[in-house]
Design a protein around this ligand. Structure first.
Ligand SMILES: NC(=O)c1ccc[n+]([C@@H]2O[C@H](COP(=O)([O-])OP(=O)(O)OC[C@H]3O[C@@H](n4cnc5c(N)ncnc54)[C@H](OP(=O)(O)O)[C@@H]3O)[C@@H](O)[C@H]2O)c1
Length: 276
């Protein structure tokens, strides 16, 4: 699972380890990741640590290699890492950071791990989106915000991309025994967005923090989708509070999802295919 060293990801790792799963967590910093793993191990959980900065496609590829070398079978992939940046940043691949981390990183990692997931069926891919998907619009003419950047617009677009990616993935995985679902975790008390929060967020966050969900509650839908027998055969759905919800009209545009898939293949350097 990506981002298991803090926030919703750590709570998801703890939840799944508590159910008896062997969990691999991914963070950028080994010491922080080891400290997080120790917290879960202290409760009896089995946790392996991987380090990678998923803003870099080179590191996502290395991560995938290490995961494939470590696990002969993969039952669940949880794509959890995501962030918000009020100002525009560029990754080492020359890509806008929100799009790169929130969409292209899970897209690339999932594709690289897909043969192992298929071979491990029944298996599941769970991608953490957000209620912000409802405000998203995929701007195919300016995916990277080169013409104009807004942190909120970039975030909304990336979280819509998570839903469209999941729906297209589910279509591609029909009858494979591998499911793909996505979710809104709720508004959760984590370090989310604090690296580069905008003025509005800086003012509002301390006021709303007491009313936010705990990370453990924010992880409930991820844990449910990753583990519950109730959803063993459910695929291509968007969830909140462990229940299926309808996602935005834009997210259900299958032609746009197929187009986004092809554009993403190109941006991560994978061969563009015919969707079969
Ligand atoms: N919090 C909310 O209210 C909320 C609401 C809706 C949706 N979400 C979604 O929930 C997901 C998790 O959010 P969160 O609130 O738990 O965020 P968070 O507290 O900011 O998550 C931090 C986790 O992500 C890892 N991480 C961050 N950047 C990384 C990178 N470049 N490479 C590898 N790991 C990285 C961190 O690891 P290290 O720092 O150890 O590297 C840490 O494990 C996101 O997809 C977010 O969009 C959150």
């Amino acid at each position: 699972m990506t981002g298991g060293t803090g926030g919703i990801g750590l709570a998801t790792a703890a939840g799944l380890a508590g159910l008896g799963a062997r969990v691999g967590i991914v963070g950028r910093d080994r010491a922080r990741a080891e400290a997080a793993a120790e917290r879960v191990r202290a409760t009896g959980g089995r946790v392996d640590v991987f380090t990678a900065d998923v803003s870099s496609q080179r590191e996502v590829r290395r991560l995938a290699q290490e995961v494939l070398a470590a696990y002969a079978r993969l039952d669940v992939l949880v794509n959890n890492v995501g962030g918000f940046w009020a100002t525009q940043h560029t990754t080492e691949d020359g890509l806008e950071r929100t799009f790169a981390i929130n969409h292209l990183a899970p897209f690339l990692l999932t594709n690289l791990l897909l043969p192992r997931l298929r071979a491990s069926a029944p298996a599941r891919v769970v991608t953490v989106s957000s209620g912000a998907q409802a405000m998203g619009r995929i701007d195919f003419d300016d995916l990277q915000g080169e013409r104009s950047y807004s942190g909120q617009r970039a975030y909304n677009q990336s979280k819509l991309a998570n839903v469209m990616f999941t729906y297209e993935l589910a279509r591609r995985l029909e009858r494979s025994g591998v499911t793909a679902n996505t979710l809104h975790p709720g508004v959760v008390r984590t370090g989310f967005g604090q690296e580069d929060s905008g003025g509005w967020m800086r003012v509002m966050l301390p006021l709303v923090r007491p009313f936010m969900k705990s990370p453990a509650r924010g992880a409930e839908t991820s844990v449910y989708l990753a583990s519950s027998p109730d959803v063993a055969d459910v695929s291509g759905r968007y969830f909140a509070n462990s229940r299926p919800r309808s996602s935005s009209r834009a997210s259900r545009d299958a032609a746009a999802a197929a187009r986004l898939w092809q554009v993403s293949m190109d941006l991560v350097g994978l061969p563009v295919d015919d969707g079969a």
